[in-house]
Design a protein around this ligand. Structure first.
Ligand code: CAA
Length: 384
């Protein structure tokens, strides 16, 4: 992939990628978005279409059989899928989240096995950090991993796991030395088929209803010793480094949702007539659209700059990943609320996609660290 981006102009390749993903998303994913939300069912059509076009895990490097998309290209894919269906955008996003620890710290053997499997579409990857009593305070986790001969034995409960049950592979953070808090946490690859792995009932959520969120139960799960990701005790740092990169993908999701809402509302106000003319002719409406577009563009610039930092591995990614995620998700929430408002009563009904987009936007302020946690991260890593 390309290592450098012109901050103020996206390359022709990136623009072409956007056009092709937009066409695919509109043809193969958009038609099911309302139904997937209404029925709270997994968007299998989206997974099939994305996999057929090598877009389900675009971030996997070519040397492991992937498409080798750079961080900005990955952002663009997620953005364009989220523009029509936020639930479906979690397929490429969470595949990156779940497999990033392996990419950052895994042995060559783990990379070949698991990145290859994800790239081929043999299974998706989920990320298991949070627990019922350890959300924002991730290092307070209780899940244990104990070494026993040539195996590790894992025991505990992970909560809020995106795509749990449909994913084949799970990165699990667990305590290997309870005396050391964050320095006593290690990361492992667990497979759905490992004995002792099971799942809770799907959570009943406000939005992203097409993406199952379930607890993952680890009941004396015995895995080969070589499934540890990196050195013992480095799992928390790997988990945090992963989030530095993938918070950029949550920003991308927020951008996509907001773009979808703005595009729809813009079209609507040009058609809708009141007081004898399209409501788009009223300055009150024009000012709302201007503010929405301004916030979206600011969020996009911040996100693309963060993507460039993610691709280059810049030291200040921690601040910029958190800032992009925080800013873009807040912008998406404001923009989708305003988009509902522009449609008036229609915006409030399920006959139009705006209320779904508004509900879907809310999660981007919460997951991969609440926006309050993003501020903690930013404050600890202020730009020099
Ligand atoms: N890069 C590298 N290493 C890092 C790091 C980073 N960005 N951040 C922390 N570390 C390492 C360091 O080694 C650090 O030790 P030193 O201070 O000695 O360098 C060690 O981790 C401990 O870090 P902190 O002292 O900062 O840890 P903390 O307990 O104070 O927690 C926190 C910091 C930022 C609040 C962190 O707990 C956090 O990010 N919480 C939110 C968790 C989160 O985002 N959860 C989302 C789950 S995933 C999800 O939502 C997706 C889904 O599927 C639903």
């Amino acid at each position: 992939g390309r290592k450098d981006f012109d901050l103020f102009r996206v390359s022709e390749e990136h623009d072409m990628l956007r056009e092709s993903v937009r066409a695919l998303a509109e043809a193969k994913i958009a038609p099911f978005a309302a139904e997937v939300d209404e029925q709270s069912r997994f968007p299998q059509e989206a997974l099939d279409a994305l996999t057929a076009n090598d877009l389900h895990a675009v971030h996997v490097p070519e040397e492991y059989g992937g498409a080798g998309a750079d961080a900005l290209a990955t952002v663009i894919v997620i953005e364009e899928v989220a523009r029509v269906c936020a639930s479906s955008s979690l397929i490429p996003a969470v595949n990156k989240l779940g497999s990033m620890p392996v990419m950052l710290a895994g042995s060559e053997d783990l990379k070949r096995r698991y990145l290859g499997a994800v790239a081929r579409g043999d299974g998706m990857f989920s990320y298991c950090l949070s627990e019922p009593e350890a959300g924002s305070d991730a290092a307070a986790m209780k899940t244990r991993a104990v070494r026993d001969g040539d195996s590790w034995v894992l025991d505990g409960v992970k909560r809020w796991i995106t795509n749990a049950g449909v994913s084949e592979f799970y990165t699990v953070m667990a305590v290997t030395d309870p005396e050391k808090r964050s320095k006593g946490i290690s990361a492992f690859v667990v497979e759905k088929s490992d004995e002792g792995v099971s799942f809770g009932a799907p959570e009943k959520k406000l939005g992203i209803k097409g993406s199952p969120t379930r607890e993952v139960y680890l009941d004396n799960v015995r895995i080969p010793a070589d499934r540890i990701i990196g050195e013992e005790g480095t799992g928390f740092a790997t988990a945090m480094k992963t989030l530095d990169h993938t918070r950029v993908t949550i920003a991308a999701q927020a951008l996509g949702i907001a773009q979808g809402a703005l595009d729809y509302a813009k079209g609507y106000v040009r058609e809708r007539k009141q007081f004898g003319k399209p409501i788009a002719d009223f300055q009150g409406i024009q000012f709302m659209l201007a503010d929405m577009a301004m916030k979206l563009e600011a969020a996009r610039q911040l996100t693309y700059a963060a993507a460039a930092k993610s691709e280059r591995g810049d030291a200040d990614l921690t601040f910029h990943g958190a800032a992009a995620k925080c800013f873009a998700s807040d912008a998406a929430m404001e923009i989708t609320v305003d988009a509902v408002q522009l449609l008036g009563g229609y915006g409030y009904t399920r006959d139009y996609p705006l209320e779904r987009m508004m509900r879907d936007a809310k999660i981007t302020q919460i997951y991969e660290g609440t926006n309050q946690v993003q501020r903690i991260v930013m404050a600890r890593n202020l730009p020099k």
